[in-house]
Design a protein around this ligand. Structure first.
Ligand SMILES: Nc1ncnc2c1ncn2[C@@H]1O[C@H](COP(=O)(O)OP(=O)(O)OP(=O)(O)O)[C@@H](O)[C@H]1O
Ligand SMILES: Nc1ncnc2c1ncn2[C@@H]1O[C@H](COP(=O)(O)OP(=O)(O)OP(=O)(O)O)[C@@H](O)[C@H]1O
Ligand SMILES: [Mg+2]
Ligand SMILES: [Mg+2]
Lengths: 151, 163, 151, 163
């Protein structure tokens, strides 16, 4: 059982390093903080990163966008360990500047060759990278309408 | 395998049956604040039994039924159906109906290909398709912030659950 | 002292109603939830709103953008009760769609006739409403540079 | 009354003295993620003594000194000066210097118009200008989310503090 955990941790860690490097043009890794006796039931998992050639930082002191890229890389690393046939993301690009949204959109576009991605977003680089857009509106006092699918 | 179609009836901000066809690959959903985008993801979670009512921003399941219910019977109900296209080009569907009586009692029923089933049976079949309740294939508004503000132990538990 | 609280509460409530109506084209008010014996040390303050003609909702079930507008209206209501000569906002428009950013930017522009507003933002309608923009960059391995102020 | 100028020396991501002139009215600060925009607001909070180190995303005050410090003495220091333009067109300035010794001990000193003062004396004078530590005239990244996820009592306490 301890072995199952370490196998999962190593796989997710490897994914995290690759994905973080792609998204942030920096380095990052997962740090397992456990006591001497190898007791993982009390262990802590920290996200260690140095985005874009800056010195290593704890999550707490990073900028809003850097925190978001780090957390997103972790989520994607988990997904790559246990892949699914479809993914649904709700405004995960909220904290990112235009260039980072573009980087994220490019990664999703490439991953979308093997799985279905349904991504809620208000950001233009994300909308432009997608194969199509589903428009959602709600007129005053009416129901939600799902409108034209543009390609 | 991909989601081919979503059909929502009186779910949250949706009225009588709304069909949303979906294609494989990369689709963006966009629109103004409060229009119903996140509700579409809640519908997916609802039908597949992947979240608690709180995970769908409802205090109790009955809150998920559209507030404009007035079908004369005095009871209210909502149904969401998710149709998958399988690798062999056949369709496979999951549906969930929630009925709320006038006294406020409620009952939820799951269906696979229009035949009733339990939530565990449904989850069993979803695992075959690599869809897991403890998984992160659905990332909701606020999940990124939650991961950031988690403490180290909670984050490690995520790996425990996946292993 | 109870009187001081109620005076503050009523003033902030009045501000909240005006501001929320302007920002969200809907109605909202502050609800004080206290027990029978008027004991405010245990009272609860709830933000009750119905954005754009929708039925009244608790904060919890609103959309991301609606929650943000409601919380922002509360913050502005507090500010209007205790005005300051300057205000500094850090990406308060993150959750808002383009139309709502525009509405917020217009309100700030109007308030800026009486106080100084320094607003960090990545959103175009906010940048376009301002009198000027201060650009901030950090080259790889270098210090933060504060660049041109455009009018 | 408005902030006329910010001068930052070795504060967080800033190097040797960086001057930021400011005008009255509506100014936007923009730029890429991680460039230093929020650090500018942290500098304002630092100089005016309006936040704890945690409120400036630092675990301890010494974390606020730029990491590239190497001034030979083995000690490190950061200074931020805020200059206000008063209604009568005169200038009024507040500064704060933080010195960190090689052993990690640190001391912070406040100045009004280049004369030392205590934090309470500074807050006394800031109140005259209607700048309050418990006020909300500075809204940081994450404050909106915090207000949303607060419980009702915490929100009521905000009014208590202002009354
Ligand atoms: N049971 C219900 N009946 C009617 N309307 C409901 C119900 N539950 C939720 N809603 C409405 O759905 C709206 C929220 O929709 P949703 O969260 O999907 O918006 P969104 O498009 O994601 O917006 P944002 O961009 O701000 O996140 C709310 O305004 C709420 O009034
Ligand atoms: N003491 C320090 N020395 C050097 N750099 C520091 C120090 N403290 C913080 N930083 C750097 O400052 C950067 C964060 O800057 P800041 O939070 O102002 O970014 P931002 O422009 O607000 O970005 P975002 O748009 O993502 O919110 C971090 O990358 C961090 O490395
Ligand atoms: Mg939403
Ligand atoms: Mg920032």
């Amino acid at each position: 059982r301890l072995e199952a955990f370490h196998e999962a941790f190593d796989a997710v860690n490897e994914n995290f390093q690759t994905i973080f490097a792609t998204l942030s043009d920096g380095d990052g890794y997962l740090q397992l903080d456990k006591s001497e006796d190898d007791d993982i039931s009390n262990a802590s998992l920290n996200l260690i990163a140095h985005p874009k050639g800056k010195p290593v930082q704890r999550l707490h002191s990073m900028s809003g966008g850097e925190k978001s890229l780090t957390a997103l890389s972790f989520i994607f690393a988990l997904q790559r360990y246990r892949p699914s046939p479809f993914y649904a993301f709700d405004e995960v690009d909220m904290f990112l500047d235009g260039a980072n949204v573009q980087r994220l959109a490019t990664m999703i576009k490439q991953q979308a060759e093997q799985a279905q991605f349904i991504v809620v977003s208000l950001r233009r680089p994300m909308i432009e990278a997608a194969a199509r857009t589903i428009g959602v509106t709600q007129a005053r006092g009416a129901y939600t309408q799902v409108l034209g699918i543009q390609l | 395998v991909h989601v081919k179609r979503l059909e929502l009836s009186r779910f949250k901000s949706f009225g009588q049956t709304t069909k949303i066809p979906l294609l494989p690959g990369f689709t963006v959903v966009s629109g103004p604040n409060g229009s119903g985008k996140s509700n579409i993801l809640d519908a997916l979670l609802f039908a597949l039994g992947l979240a608690s009512s709180r995970g769908m921003r409802a205090e109790r399941l009955p809150d998920l039924v559209n507030h404009n219910q007035s079908n004369g019977k005095g009871s209210a109900e909502t149904t969401v159906k998710v149709t998958f296209a399988l690798d062999d080009e056949t369709e496979w569907s999951v549906a969930r109906r929630l009925r709320v009586t006038q006294e406020g009692k409620y009952a939820s029923t799951f269906y696979i290909n229009d035949e009733t089933c339990t939530q565990s049976q449904l989850h069993e079949q979803l695992r075959q398709l690599r869809i897991y309740p403890e998984g992160y294939n659905v990332v909701l508004q606020g999940d990124v912030t939650r991961i950031i503000s988690m403490n180290g132990r909670e984050r490690r538990e995520i790996i425990d659950e996946l292993a």
